[in-house]
Write a protein that binds this ligand. Sequence first.
Ligand SMILES: [Zn+2]
Ligand SMILES: [Zn+2]
Length: 337
Amino acid sequence: MKVAQVENEKIVVKNIDDIKLDGRKGAIVRVLGCGLCGSDIVKFRHKLAKNGTVLGHEIVAVIEEINSDTNFRIGEKIVSSHHIPCFECTYCEHENYSMCSHFKATNIFPGGFSEKVYLSEEHLKNVAHKVPEGITDEEISFYEPLGCCIRAIKRCNLYKNDKILTIGLGSIGLLMSEGLKALGYKVYGCDLLEERINTANKNGIESFNSRDLETFDKIIKEKTNGYGVDAVFMTSGADKAIDVALKTVKMGGKILVFSSTPNNFGYANNEIYYKELTVLGSYSPSPKDLQESFDLIVQHKINVKGCTTIYSLDNIQQAFDETISNKIFKAYIKMFE
Ligand SMILES: [Zn+2]
Ligand SMILES: [Zn+2]
């Protein structure tokens, strides 16, 4: 079977021996396609993935071989994510599932950018879903990334009718905004790239350029009766995004950190104190968040049209390069023509 492996700062497509169930519980699935996640890009660019690693985890696949107590059957199309919490440790008890050591240790094997993948019985039981008719593979491949957004939104404990600003309108910013819209919040967006702002506006997310912070802040204050937004979602890792957040957030508001920054900045002690801000991070979804994500996509409540660019497995290096250079929003690697 073909896989794409990290090799000396490149992504190289190779042939390796087919994986088999070999009496294990779980399933071997034939991957139809796999989304290229921002976290894959981070692991690749910052050399966090060692040679031989197969990245990718946003898979859509067909069951080829199965030995399971679940109701999944051979030939069914499924979607799955990669990590599963233990539900028992102190992190799980506090609903910080993505901090759980079992969560971090579990994965799909060898990785999503592979023609075949092994899913354990735990994956089948907790994070895999049968894909119904009427949903495209690209649409359902947003299952895991949208799950991350749903968790972030839930973490914020927003109030009905809250007004939200998404900073950064790349694929995850657009998806976060779609999730916020679907859950009933009024969303504004900002970015520095006109093309992204235009796409967001076309998708019904009222968006602006935040390059001139004073002008942008004036717009936000006008939209919010002078208060500022109830919450800011930081999907951009640019240093300046923090200034935008502190300027536009309402007193008592929330800042949700959803991206790493190149440098670790000191936190804004005085703003947090005097404005009674809540700053919180959100990383990866629980099975419950994923279930909600699945339902929203299946009910067609999330518009991801025009976001995805399709590449073949052989052209995966190009998919990485064009994501890094912001040429495209979101790459989807299609395994078979
Ligand atoms: Zn992902
Ligand atoms: Zn746990």
